[in-house]
Write a protein that binds this ligand. Structure first.
Ligand code: ATP
Ligand code: MG
Length: 447
């Protein structure tokens, strides 16, 4: 047992309390992986856990006190500590919806979602409790509900999404009864808060192969429920070089972003970059499908989807910008100024992600690496400009708002516009970035 676990266990034991290792940490250990974190279950009530550890000078955060969870920061490690849960969240008629606690671990385990998540290791003895044969299922790489899936999904509509997330994260298959129960309990899944659904959706995308979870969502109706815009991409053929319909193209692009280990924003952009294709598809005179300006329709739909999922504005803006700009192109005849204008349009901080999205898009045309001829040329041209320490933002301009006030320009929107005009001038001609020259140009604008 790890030293730190031994030490934290001692605190529970000294206080006459039971403690078990549970959740993902146990699952990971059985799979032979290093646990990311340790979840603990105890018969101590949340207040008692807080008191026990505060007395020892530890920081304790009541992260989910309603559900009996407190996070204990013990020697720089965070432990999620949850009091055993009782049979039902509403057995106590006086406190409907509120959690009631149990004195035994078996009852707690029977409330957990999947057999692989319902294994406990008693501390410090190391005795393993596996009442639902979770170890066998982990060895068989199978996700199976604790008890009857229909009942379990009716209790908590998040569990079907968790099953899809774990399928993608672990590469496990789902038990037949579990898969069959999802379409029958969609009305409960529909009641889940968008924040909880979003967290599972994001974890699915951050897995090694997001398409595994997303295809399971499609097969079971969850995709149409949560992201109908994406479900509408099924069967939308594209022809030309494309080998796949729009949905498979998007899934492949997202998987490719995962193989490059990209951040959530790039994965979201890869998944949604063509989501506007179904509504912009038209056949031209020669019988070829066209998707005129689909990147703008995709960005519009993407904003609707991500807003519905309550992603932060920063994530929404970054993803929509990537989607809106994903059709960029380049030719060798571009001037250096054109290259700098490209950098301005994409944004310095988005360059890497924009290239990554383009590679993912190209890969997903036929499901194999496809060199975007112009991309490496463009990247060299951009890098050459960056190496010259060119000016791409107002903060590197040789004049500031203060300088403009000095020559009689009043603060306000007009001043902002002038500063941006000056930046444009410098992007066009870097030689202009001196105080003298810029003030002269500003003077002209003011007239
Ligand atoms: P990871 O932390 O790697 O995402 P995990 O299995 O630890 O995986 P958590 O969301 O941290 O997942 O939950 C910890 C444990 O709590 C789970 O293993 C499971 O036993 C239980 N659990 C979490 N959410 C639910 C739920 N909606 N219904 C039933 N049990 C749940
Ligand atoms: Mg966990």
């Amino acid at each position: 047992m790890e030293k730190i676990l031994k030490e934290i266990t001692a605190v529970f034991v000294e206080n006459g309390k039971k403690v078990f290792l549970v959740g993902g940490g146990v699952r990971d250990k059985i799979r032979g992986e290093n646990p990311k974190d340790f979840d603990l279950a105890t018969d101590a009530e949340p207040d008692e856990v807080c008191a026990m550890f505060r007395k020892r000078g530890c920081v304790v955060a009541p992260t989910g006190i309603k559900h009996g969870t407190v996070t204990v920061f013990f020697k720089n490690t965070a432990f999620e500590t949850t009091t055993f849960r009782a049979e039902s969240d509403y057995v106590d008629g006086r406190r409907p919806q509120s959690i009631s606690f149990s004195k035994n671990i078996e009852e707690d385990l029977s409330r957990r979602d999947f057999t692989m998540n319902a294994i406990a290791v008693e501390l410090p003895s190391g005795r393993v409790l596996d009442p639902f044969c979770g170890i066998t299922d982990i060895k068989a790489r199978l996700i199976r509900c604790v008890g009857n899936p229909l009942d379990r999904f009716d209790e908590d509509g998040l569990r079907p999404l968790r099953a899809c997330r774990f399928a993608a994260q672990l590469g496990f298959s789902v038990d037949g009864a579990l898969a069959a129960a999802i379409p029958q309990t969609l009305q409960t899944a529909a009641k889940v808060s968008m924040e909880r659904a979003r967290d599972e959706f994001a974890k699915t995308l951050l897995s090694q192969k997001p398409s595994v979870g997303l295809l399971l969502m499609e097969k079971t109706g969850l995709l149409r429920l949560f992201v109908p815009e994406l479900a509408n991409c099924r069967g939308v053929e594209q022809k030309g070089f494309h080998r796949f319909d729009v949905l498979d193209h998007l899934l492949l692009a997202c998987d490719y972003a995962a193989t490059e280990n990209r951040c959530l924003e790039v994965r979201l952009a890869a998944l949604f970059h063509d989501v506007g294709k179904p509504s912009t598809r038209l056949m031209d005179e020669s019988g070829v499908w066209t998707f005129y300006r689909h990147e703008h329709e995709s960005a519009r739909l993407c904003r609707i989807i991500l807003t519905r999922f309550r992603f932060s504005n920063a994530v929404i803006d970054a993803v929509c910008r990537l989607v809106a700009e994903h059709m960029f192109f380049y030719e060798n005849i571009w001037t250096d100024a054109a290259v700098r204008r490209f950098v301005m349009r994409i944004g310095l901080e988005n360059l890497e992600n924009t290239y990554a999205l383009r590679r993912a898009d190209a890969f997903a045309i036929a499901g194999q690496p496809l060199t975007v001829g112009f991309l490496s040329d463009l990247i060299s041209r951009v890098d050459a400009e960056l190496a010259k320490k060119r000016v791409f933002s107002l903060k590197n301009l040789a004049v500031s708002g203060k300088d403009l006030i000095g020559v009689g320009i009043k603060p306000g929107p007009r001043m902002g516009a002038i500063l941006n005009e000056l930046l444009d001038s410098v992007v066009r001609d870097p030689e202009l970035n001196t105080r003298e020259k810029l003030l002269e140009i500003a003077g002209k604008y003011e007239k």
